[in-house]
Design a protein around this ligand. Sequence first.
Ligand SMILES: C[S@@+](CC[C@H](N)C(=O)[O-])C[C@H]1O[C@@H](n2cnc3c(N)ncnc32)[C@H](O)[C@@H]1O
Length: 186
Amino acid sequence: MGLKRQLENKTVLEIGCNTGFLAISIADRAKSVLGFDINPHLIDIARDAANYAGINNARFIASSFEDFSSPEPFDSVLSFASHATYDGNTGYSIDQYLRRCYELVKPGGLLLFESHSWEQPSSDDLQQVCFAMDRFFTVRQRQVLQRGRPADQCRTFIVGQRRTIPMGVRAVHEDSHSNTLVLSSI
Ligand SMILES: C[S@@+](CC[C@H](N)C(=O)[O-])C[C@H]1O[C@@H](n2cnc3c(N)ncnc32)[C@H](O)[C@@H]1O
């Protein structure tokens, strides 16, 4: 995936950042990193770890994905181990999840996404993810790993570039009150 190279001097958002170890490890290359997680205890650890490591361009916020908003979109959004967020821990469907990712990425920016099947070593749900992804992002790289525990089978890495207008949509307008995009259907 060439993660650090893709994030060079970029503003980065990490969804479900846990204790911040990924955000902290890329902070030396990125312009800035913002991580959020629904679990405030994990965010406390992430802040302590960043302080301990002397990182000053990484911030951490306790928030669910559903409540998170940002006044500005980001160059790149990371959604790793995403099965734990989109599958079971969020009220969003995969389509809504990727639409929110779309709103949070600048035009032409990247979504770096990793997921694996939930419990069953089947790629069916990942096919659904890829299908939904295609609507909002042009897939630039896709890699499927076939190793690890059964639950890790079909672990899929995708680099998606935000489409100007999602497929099946006529126009996109910004709603400045809610900082969301309004998509007009064809
Ligand atoms: C499996 S961990 C992945 C951590 C990290 N992204 C990684 O790749 O190592 C999933 C994280 O998502 C967080 N999470 C789950 N549902 C969430 C939601 N609705 N909003 C924000 N964070 C959520 C969990 O608290 C957990 O820290």
